[in-house]
Design a protein around this ligand. Structure first.
Ligand SMILES: Cc1cc2nc3c(=O)[nH]c(=O)nc-3n(C[C@H](O)[C@H](O)[C@H](O)COP(=O)(O)OP(=O)(O)OC[C@H]3O[C@@H](n4cnc5c(N)ncnc54)[C@H](O)[C@@H]3O)c2cc1C
Length: 382
């Protein structure tokens, strides 16, 4: 069945696709979101740190008001490396912002966006997996039938999964992130930790009354780490993280996410643009993925809003979008990959250099502020 032409079809109603749909609600364009999942609360164990800049965008999307109560502000970030000297403390107060970022569960973030989409009258079709997407149309399943939806602009926001994909720059880190909540003896007081270990980075993110743990684990050890009895897991966690928060006293159910980098980019076909994880899938070490994806969505919406009335010109849209996003995305991807690589190496000389760099970052206030601003707002702040 071929349907009537829509202006914009967004493939994927995840956090990035829904953000784009919300940013386009006053564009006067007909927007349709096709989502493979059923219309039900999403189950996903990961925690997301929203940068301060993302909070500002979510405020403008009308989402922050309902989301704020589910977020936990991060007022300090402590960065260190296991077994070596050198550490830096990044403080919200030094940067004149209320928080360095805000931890929220993927589930709460998704629920707030989906709720706002309903309120704004965004058309989201659930259980509508797209099987083919090309400039000008997408083909998707509706129960046992296949539907063909023509559109001036097709936006892929499906997270880089579920569609036949073009070639990508890909790097398998040979690691997975083991995630769960964890309770420490001492309260978190808004302090997040990023700790680099020879096996990969681990992060403790304040979330509600406990921490959200992201523990990078070599792939061959993941099954064992997931299967450890809780008491043994807590001991292993303490051994890897150290004593800064006292002992670990409880932890929730564990899940693992394989970690790799896939840089597909926005694409080069007029009328088809990839955003969010569909364009760049990154290691979570620097907490960039959703923050970059949200800026993708915001920028693309601006390009559409700036377009002259009438049918959208796909070639113009693509070039103005790429001009606006290229630097931020490639800086985010480079920094993330650099952090994973440089902290994975353990020769003493490299560890000492890293320690010196962390200490220098701690002492050189302008450098520290520049680094923190980049984490909060993206490359355009440099
Ligand atoms: C452990 C971990 C921690 C992270 N921490 C952070 C962090 O602190 N900060 C941060 O900014 N980012 C973080 N990220 C990254 C962040 O989760 C992603 O960047 C973000 O979820 C991307 O959103 P998205 O909407 O592009 O893709 P997704 O979240 O993958 O959503 C894609 C949507 O598309 C749908 N879909 C898929 N295929 C199809 C299809 N064929 N047809 C229709 N619909 C389809 C899916 O059902 C889904 O709803 C983390 C990631 C991990 C794994």
């Amino acid at each position: 069945m071929t349907e009537a032409v829509t202006d914009i079809v967004i493939v994927g109603g995840g956090p990035v696709g829904l953000s784009l749909a919300l940013a386009l609600r006053d564009s006067g364009r007909k927007v349709t979101v096709l989502e493979a999942r059923a219309k039900a609360p999403v189950t996903d164990a990961r925690a997301i740190v929203l940068a301060h800049g993302s909070r500002l965008i979510l405020e403008r999307l009308g989402v922050w008001a309902s989301l704020a109560a589910q977020t936990t502000p991060i007022t300090t970030i402590h960065v260190s490396q296991r077994g070596h000297l050198g550490r830096t403390l990044l403080n919200a107060a030094d940067l004149d912002v209320p928080a360095m970022g805000y931890t929220v569960s993927y589930e709460d973030l998704h629920a707030a966006l989906a709720g706002q989409a309903i309120e704004a009258g965004v058309e989201v079709r659930y259980e509508a997996p797209v099987t083919e997407a090309k400039p000008g149309r997408v083909i998707y399943r509706q129960g046992n039938a296949t539907a063909d939806l023509p559109a001036d602009l097709v936006v892929l926001a499906e997270g880089g999964r579920g569609l036949p994909l073009p070639e990508v720059v890909e790097k398998d880190y040979g690691q997975s992130a083991v995630v769960c909540w964890a309770q420490t003896e001492r309260p978190h007081a808004g302090r997040a930790y990023e700790r680099f270990t020879p096996d990969g980075p681990m992060a403790l993110l304040p979330m509600g009354s406990h921490y959200a743990l992201v523990w990078t684990t070599p792939t061959e050890q993941v099954a064992d780490r997931l299967a450890l009895p809780e008491a043994d897991f807590l001991v292993a966690l303490y051994a890897a993280f150290g004593e800064r928060q006292g002992r670990f006293v409880a932890a929730g159910a564990r899940t693992a996410f394989p970690l790799r980098m896939a840089l597909r980019g926005p694409g080069d076909q007029a009328g088809l643009i990839r955003i969010g994880n569909a364009a760049q899938l990154l290691h979570p070490v620097a907490g960039q993925g959703f923050n970059l994806g949200l800026r993708d969505a915001w920028q693309l919406a601006e390009c559409v809003l700036d377009a002259p009335p009438g049918p959208l010109d796909g070639a113009n849209l693509l070039s103005s979008y790429v001009r606006g996003r290229g630097a931020d995305v490639s800086a985010g991807a480079r920094m993330t990959d650099f952090l994973v690589d440089v902290f994975a190496q353990d020769p003493p000389v490299i560890a000492s250099l890293r320690g010196a760099a962390l200490t220098a970052l701690d002492l050189l206030t302008p450098l520290k502020k520049g680094f923190a601003r980049k984490m909060m707002h993206g490359a355009r702040t440099w």
